[in-house]
Design a protein around this ligand. Structure first.
Ligand code: G3I
Ligand code: 9MR
Length: 579
């Protein structure tokens, strides 16, 4: 049942409510300053002198030490002044860059560098000779609350679990999907439990491959920022135990993933209903769930994640390592078994037919964990060129682990070669940023279903390049991507629910759609713009960087997903730690 008649036009933005609720939910548990002052963005484009001028910037805030920019869509160099809003004093004046066309947005744009401002506060930038302006803030903990909300989103998407108001606030809900009696699709009398885990996205199914990349990315964040996570809490039921909240959250999904392995080492591809549920709450979606399919990708993905988990959870290392090695062996016996949806199953496919990247990734993790020569050989056989990770392309994940943890497993020469290839790839992202009118490392091919996830996975690559070299260009390009998803983009949206002046309100997220709360569940990044428009919704633009609609209807641009939030968590952790 959908008793919430929410429509884009029917609900004005209620940011203060959302921000306050989030602050309350994480209050007292983080180092965040808890403040998120709503400010006003130049609302709609204004026509002046035959030109449409719009100003875009990061709506959540800048750290004092980071590069700070405002982008203006215009064909002319613009003079500007910045005032502090508390004193009305002019604190910076100057000129923009030269205009540069960004074909992916169909806009000519200039950027204005306000980095000389480093004092915390609220500011307003106004273009000379006009009333076009935009406000922005500089805050010491600008990415503290949003980081915690982005990871807390996983708690909100837990299957087989009731969300208690003490942790979930108004987004409380009964438990859904106990998954105690799931049946094998090909053998319906084989019934067993497959409980826990996170719902994949706006739907309620659980998919091994996508769960795997998400879980690894969170494990990577934990390993790369261990001190940060050691005592960081975001008010989940496990916050009172002795384990970091990050590990508690990750375990929720590892426990489910373990149920997906069969006796012979093979791994089911997904745990799903036959068709997508309607937009009802989890406890109202009671269709039979099935273990569906097996394949090379699921086995290798599982092997990679479990091998990684064995390094992070010493007490369970043997169990995880054994599961990983059995899945690996099965994949070696079945090296080319793609998954395709059977005719009677229409839920997410996550189909992949190229497995070199999964072999390289699983082998890398198994090598890190065991040191065995079989995995060393497999890394040498399968490691290909680095790329930005996605659910079907995991080569980049192998690089992250090899570069971060491979020193004792590979020769110095090998590490040097791998690092040079990795940095050359990161340099391409830096060059893309410089060449785009919006100063963002997004290429044409990056505008796919989940483009905001691509942006944040680029962020993870760049954070790693920065950690390896301390070279500022990588850190700046990463921060530009954060600016991009938080408002410095030609849609004008800050894409994380509950954060910024103009966040998504109508995400394709069944819980948010079906509950009676006006605000969507906070902390989720919307999939983002791309020209695919597979949902047939009403878009106002066909351009890759503008093809986005904040409407429940738009599952292709406005769904949320665990594999997009994970690199958001990673990149926000990097912002919190690398400045
Ligand atoms: O592989 C082809 C490529 O050869 C071709 O050049 C390109 C041109 O568009 O398309 C590629 O296929 C795309 C495929 O992803 C692989 O990247 C499809 O167009 C695209 O529609 C497909 O999108 C996936 C979508 O499910 C539909 O299957 C998204 O990546 C994936 O993130 C999304 O995942 C869904 C789950 O199925 C269900 N749960 C929610 C989740 C998020 O929306
Ligand atoms: O709601 C579904 C969403 O969670 C999936 O990501 C998407 C993937 O294809 O599909 C959505 O379901 C739509 C279905 O594919 C086609 N009919 C309309 C459904 C949305 O209301």
């Amino acid at each position: 049942m959908n008793n919430n008649t929410r429509t884009p036009s029917g609900h004005p933005i209620k940011l203060a409510t959302a921000a306050t609720a989030i602050a309350l939910l994480v209050a007292g548990c983080t180092g965040g300053d808890g403040t998120q002052t709503p400010h006003i963005v130049s609302p709609t484009p204004v026509d002046s002198a035959n030109e449409t001028v719009s100003l875009y910037t990061n709506q959540v805030g800048f750290l004092p030490a980071q590069k700070k920019e405002v982008v203006v869509t215009t064909g002319k160099v613009q003079g500007f002044e910045v005032t502090r809003t508390d004193t009305n004093q002019v604190v910076l004046t100057g000129e923009s860059s030269q205009p540069q066309m960004w074909p992916l947005a169909g806009e000519s744009a200039v950027f204005i560098d306000v980095s000389p401002l480093t004092e915390a506060g609220q500011y307003r930038l106004t273009l000379n000779g006009s009333d076009h302006s935009v406000s922005f803030s500089i805050r010491d903990n600008a990415y503290s609350d949003i980081h915690d909300a982005a990871i807390k989103a996983y708690y909100f998407n837990r299957a087989s679990f009731a969300l208690d108001p003490a942790y979930a606030g108004s987004w409380q809900r009964p438990a859904g999907h106990p998954d105690d009696l799931a049946a094998e699709l090909d053998n319906p009398s084989a019934v067993r439990a497959s409980a826990k885990g996170w719902y994949d996205a706006g739907d309620y199914n659980k998919y091994t491959v996508n769960s795997g990349i998400s879980t690894y990315t969170l494990l990577r964040a934990y390993m790369d920022f261990r001190d940060f996570y050691a005592d960081r809490k975001w008010n989940i039921p496990e916050s009172t135990n002795l384990q970091p909240d990050m590990l508690d959250e990750i375990l929720w999904n590892l426990d489910w993933m373990m149920t997906m392995q069969d006796n012979d080492g093979s791994v089911f591809h997904k745990l799903t209903t036959l068709n997508f549920a309607p937009d009802v709450m989890p406890h109202e979606a009671n269709e039979q769930r099935y273990f569906v399919g097996k394949g090379t990708a699921a086995a290798l993905n599982f092997a990679a994640v479990m091998a990684t988990a064995a390094r992070v959870f010493p007490a369970s290392a043997n169990t995880y390592q054994a599961a990983a090695e059995r899945a690996w062996q099965w994949a070696v016996q079945h090296p080319n078994m793609p998954y395709r949806n059977p005719e009677n199953v229409s839920t997410g496919e996550y189909g992949d037919s190229q497995f070199a990247d999964e072999f390289a990734w699983a082998a890398s993790e198994l090598l890190m964990t065991t040191g065995k020569s079989e995995y060393y050989d497999a890394v040498n056989t399968h490691l290909g060129a680095p790329s930005t990770p996605n659910w079907g392309g995991t080569m980049g994940l192998a690089y992250l682990s090899l570069l971060k943890e491979g020193q004792s497993r590979l020769s110095a020469n090998q590490i040097n070669t791998i690092q040079a290839d990795f940095l050359a790839y990161a340099d391409q992202l830096v060059a893309t940023d410089a060449a785009s009118g919006f100063h963002v490392a997004m290429r044409e091919n990056d505008f796919v279903w989940g483009s905001n996830g691509v942006a944040m996975n680029h962020g993870m690559i760049l954070a790693t390049a920065y950690m390896l070299t301390q070279s500022e260009k990588y850190r700046t390009t990463m921060s530009h991507l954060v600016d991009y998803v938080l408002g410095k983009n030609p849609t004008g949206y800050s894409f994380v629910t509950g954060f910024g002046d103009k966040p998504p309100r109508f995400i394709h997220h069944r819980q948010s759609q079906a509950d009676t709360v006006a605000d969507p569940v906070p902390g989720f990044i919307a999939g983002g713009p791309h020209s695919g428009q597979q949902d047939g919704c009403d878009y106002s633009s066909d351009l890759p960087a503008k093809s986005y609609v904040d409407d429940w209807c738009s599952y292709a641009s406005n769904e949320i997903a665990i594999n997009w939030n994970a690199p958001l968590v990673y990149t926000l952790a990097a912002m919190n730690n690398l400045y």
